[in-house]
Each structure stands twice: as C-alpha cells, then as structure tokens.
Design a protein around this ligand. Structure first.
Ligand SMILES: [Zn+2]
Length: 469
C-alpha cells in the first residue's frame, strides 16, 4: 500500500501537470505512474467523531479496517482521545493489516518520509489514545502513566507487530534517543527515560540471533541493499526526512530508493509480504500553503510507485495507492492549455489583480487587502520559490484537511475490487481478501469454488437416500 498523505484529486491533477511541464510539454496530458493503473475507486474519509479526518483516524481506517475517533491510533471508537485506561481494554485494541499478514506467515515493513512514529506509519503498529505520544515525555506531559500506556517509539521497538517488522525506514531518530544524548548528526533526542531505543532494537535482534543493520545515511542504506540483513532499521533524520527539493541526495535517500530496499528485503519471504509506503510530506507542505513542495513530494511518491512496478509481478502482487484525507488546495482559473501550473492564472480578479492557479481556502498564506484590493502576490520577493506561500481566503496558522473523498488506484491481483465508492475502512479488508490472509473471507477460498457446486449434489443425494429409506 502506497499512501500520499493529503494527496487530494486537485493535488494529483496539478502534480501531473507540473511533471509534464518539467519535461517541456503542456503538462495536463501527463500521467503519474499509478494513474495508469487499471482500477480507480473513491473512499470516504470521515471519522467516527469528525467530519474531516486527521492522519491518525484515517490511518486506523486504512490500516486496521475500522473507523475511529480523531487523533487516536489502532483503537476502536470506544476510546476517547487521551483516555489511556479505555485504550487498554482488550476489545478496543485493533490489529493492523500488517499484523494480519504476519499471522499468515508473511513479512511486513514500513517506509515513510516522516518520522516513523508519526500518525500514518504508526497506524500499522501502534495503539495509542493520542497520536502525539511519540516519546515517553509526550505521554508524561499529558499526565498519563507511561507504564500503562507506553509511547509509540517504544511500541515500535518492543511490541508486536512493530518488533516483527523486517524493515523500518524513515525519519525520527529524536523519538528514540534521550534528551541528554545526540544522534550521529549531532541532534539531541526527546526522551526523558534515559533509553536508547535504537540500541535496544539492535539488542533485541541480537538476542533473537538474526542478522540486522541500523542505517542513518544514504551510504549505509546502499550497503544494506547489497547485503540484505534479515532486519533493517533506517532513520535518516532526527525529525521528518527533508523535502526532496531541499535535501542533499548524496547523503539522503529518495523515497524510491527506500521503497526498493524495502521490497528487496521483504520479497525473500516465499509466502509474500505487506509493505506500507508513505509520501508523508505532501501534507506538511499543504499545511504551510507551499504548493510547489506539495506537488514535488507527490511526484516523488509517483517515482516510488514506478520503482515498485519494476520490482513486482502483476500476476502475484497487488499495489494500492491512496490518500488518507484531502486538503483545501484549489486548481482553478480558466488558464490556457499549458499555462504554468505554479504561476498566476491567465485571468485577473474583479479588481484586475492577478491570482494564482493554485491557491487555498485557508492557511498561513493570507495577505491583508491593500486599499480595498488584494495585493499582487506575483510582485513579492521569493515569488514561485519552493517555500513561497500561495494566497488563501481564511487566515489560519495551519491550512486544514479537506473532507472530500480520496482516490484509490489498484494494480495487480484482484485490482477490480477497488472500483466504486466505499468507506475508507474497507480498503485493508479488500487487500487482505485479495492477498488471502486475515480473519475474513479470502479470494483463495472463493477459488475453491467447485465445492459450491458439489455441495448441492451431496445434499440432493442425501435427500434421495432418506426418501428411499
Ligand atoms: Zn495533515
């Protein structure tokens, strides 16, 4: 499963246009890798107590198959936000699609451009009444007993299913280290329990007598790709990975590279695997109204999917590409074909002032009117640079998610099951059905359909024998 965090339909349309324009074409006709998939559906993203999803209730829906309360992870809606006691009730605790896969003898892993303890990746291994409980300090700050409700980083390293993942790649070293210690790039940790969870992850693997590697830079990742240890933990930044447009690729891996290593690690299991890959920073750029970064991160997710397509076989693989929720970016303005998607519309507003082809309903990019007119943002310093904020209608510190449906693209075995419009929480059940694992019905059972023909014959024979007796 590939997930673009906040990858709305306007984001896709704008990203594909930018991709084409980078290649010198008009752009609108371009396809992102997964836009060529044979099946497309739509999923409804609302959560149990919220019209608009946050990334944790939507991760719970997408990865555990149950709708829940906003800001909670891996728990049913019986658990209110930050209610530690309620989160420990066994009936409220959910298993993820990765746990279902592991129970069926498959392998599992996670790749993200965010901290590996962030809401979306945490959805496949954590159960937390608060998505922000990434370290013990976060749990304690809410007045909660960290022994009763261990933090998300601790869960990843020490609890199932996280401690069984063959591959964990992303950012977030600070969540694993104490505030008094620094990581390999000199940044201090955030923990207050004195623990070094990176060392504890390695000690756990050593105790199990398996081969393992911890990587924190590009060179070490390439090394792991060559040697393929049984277990791989890669944490490439203290916080989230840097934006693709701003990072140094001689030292930092791309999402496509991370995806390739993960697939090669997991493909060794003859029974198969479940891998979750997140392009997590589309969302962060949208929240800051930095549209160029959001589109570029979307193009990076497309490149990661393209890499997966090279490595997997359509006959025995299923790739699902979706988003957890949308954003409020609009792609608008009647511009001519091929107009710069990152530039101003060919139109002007009713006062004759330019406006951008891509803008937002809300966020930090609000400019006050000058003399009763909108200011001309195209005259601003830094206009059109990656960190330049486009204009918005409603001032907010952070742009909000949208409440509209997200696309679901599917390729491979049983891809056709993903057409139609359905609840987001159906997605993992459909994947498990197609992949023949999990507690529900499975495609492989249906393949044994002849029994459905034989049974009526047996019943008829029994009835005949009874009649003769
Ligand atoms: Zn968000």
């Amino acid at each position: 499963m590939f997930m673009g965090d906040g990858m709305s339909l306007p984001t896709l349309a704008a990203a594909r246009t930018l991709l084409g324009q980078r290649a010198g074409r008009p752009g609108e006709e371009t396809q992102l890798s997964f836009e060529a998939f044979p099946t497309v559906g739509l999923a409804k993203t609302y959560c149990v107590n919220s019209q608009t999803a946050d990334s944790s209730c939507s991760a719970t829906a997408l990865l555990c198959g149950v709708k829940s309360n906003a800001f909670t992870l891996g728990l049913t809606a019986a658990v209110p936000r930050r209610d530690c006691a309620a989160s420990q009730v066994p009936a409220a605790r959910l298993d993820s699609v990765a746990a279902w896969a592991l129970a069926a003898g498959r392998d599992a892993g996670v790749v993200t451009t965010t901290r590996v303890t962030h809401a979306s990746p945490a959805g496949i291994y954590a159960r937390a009444a608060e998505r922000n409980w990434e370290t013990d300090a976060d749990v304690l700050a809410d007045g909660v007993d960290v022994d009763a409700c261990p933090d998300i980083a601790h869960q990843l390293v020490h609890l199932a299913p996280g401690n069984q993942f063959k591959v964990i790649l992303g950012g977030g070293r600070r969540e694993f280290l104490n505030i008094t210690s620094v990581d390999d790039e000199g940044t201090p940790g955030k923990r207050t329990d004195g623990r070094n969870l990176i060392e504890e992850w390695q000690a756990d693997k050593a105790r199990r007598n398996v081969t393992y590697q911890y990587a924190w830079n590009h060179e070490q990742l390439l090394q792991a790709n060559a040697t393929l240890p049984e277990y791989l933990l890669g944490l490439f930044e203290s916080d989230h990975l840097r934006y693709n447009l701003e990072t140094d690729h001689t030292t930092e891996p791309t999402l496509a590279e991370l995806t390739e290593v993960a697939i090669r690690m997991l493909s060794r299991n003859e029974k198969g695997f479940f891998l979750f890959v997140e392009g997590g920073r589309i969302d962060h750029a949208h929240h800051d109204n930095q549209v160029h970064l959001a589109l570029d991160e979307t193009i990076e997710l497309s490149a990661a999917v393209a890499r997966a397509l090279q490595l997997l076989d359509e006959k025995d693989s299923l790739i699902v590409v979706t988003a957890d929720h949308t954003h409020v970016m609009a792609f608008n303005g009647y511009s001519t074909r091929g107009a710069d998607v990152l530039g101003p519309s060919n139109m002007r507003d009713s006062a004759g002032v330019p406006f951008m082809t891509l803008s937002y309903t809300n966020g930090p990019g609000r400019r006050p009117d000058v003399d009763g007119r909108r200011p001309d943002v195209t005259l601003e310093e830094g206009f059109r640079s990656p960190r330049w904020r486009t204009h918005v209608d409603v001032p907010l510190a952070s742009e909000t998610h949208g409440s509209d449906d997200v696309p679901v693209f599917a390729w491979g075995v049983h891809h056709e099951m993903f057409s139609g419009l359905y609840e987001q929480s159906h997605v993992p059940h459909r994947m498990a059905y197609a992949g023949c694992f999990g507690g529900g019905p499975q495609a492989c059972d249906a393949a044994a359909a002849p029994s459905a023909l034989v049974m009526p014959l047996v019943m008829a024979l029994l009835a005949l024998l009874r009649a003769l007796a």
